[in-house]
Design a protein around this ligand. Sequence first.
Ligand code: AMP
Ligand code: MG
Length: 327
Amino acid sequence: MKRFFCVVFLTVFLFTSCTVTYESNTYFALDTFISTNLPSGTAVDIEGYIRSLEALISKTDKNSEISRINENVRCTVSHDVASLLSFALEISEKTNGAFDVTCGAVSSLWDFRSDTPRPPSHEDIKKNLQNVGYYGIITDGDTSVEKASNDVKIDLGGIGKGYIAEKCVDRLHENGVDSGFISLGGNIAVVGKKENGDGWNVALRDPFRQNETVGNIVMESGYLSVSGDYERYFEYEGEKYHHIIDPKTGYPAVNELASVAVLCDNGALADALSTALFVMGLDGAMQFYKDGIYTFEAVCITKNGDVYTTDGINEKFKLTSENFIMK
Ligand code: AMP
Ligand code: MG
């Protein structure tokens, strides 16, 4: 049995070429590598802020507000957490459960950290699947949360990093910082253009070849989130099991997609939609884009190396690898 715990370290690679001084900082938080590239002298403590938000929404920290929700049928949380949950529930409904914030009852059965990982039993998945469904929890979006049963468990793993990315950008803007970027695992947040007025050249990671890239997206602002089957997975008896779960089956979503990148001006939405589109598969993802429920753009990469883009991203995305074909 082979085991991989490939936390995405820069799913997206960033190249800078301007002369204005920026200061880079890298550390581990949110179960991934964080890197920031901000104008030298920026006094805002982004690392401390990220750690304080992590303490609020971590599912492994017993004292977090998410643990409080998971351990009680009824509880009161901060307004920030209730409104994030409310938004996560809205996205769960609008994506018809492809993204489902209540997938915790099954996602927690998949242990990607174990030294000897193996898939959970079919019985366990079947039993716990009954407790997955966004209609099993309600919040007033202010401070109160109520669940249909205490077996309903939430998992913010598919939206939390994008949410925190946006909170960081807001905090930087409030403090007069309007240039730079932050990378939280597969989530890039652009604080603002380079000081010379150019956008940042963000390279999409090749899902099949480590340290290679597929192409570049120029970003002047906004959020880019990538979900892929190579990010966190293990192999067991010749089968690969990755961390993006189809909430309808309780198993990793299997379709033609290897990765999905979503670009939009809301960090939490970019994060949740990259997860959702991955679960939907190529046709479902493109149909969801056409339905126009949310404003976003996407790059979908299939397992056989085809690259599909939505209409509004074509002038921003450039394919650079000969291993892929634009469709
Ligand atoms: P991402 O890397 O943003 O696609 O998020 C994957 C993480 O989100 C997983 O590690 C789980 O914690 C959680 N997750 C997995 N599948 C789903 C899903 N279908 N809906 C919501 N969250 C999910
Ligand atoms: Mg996500």
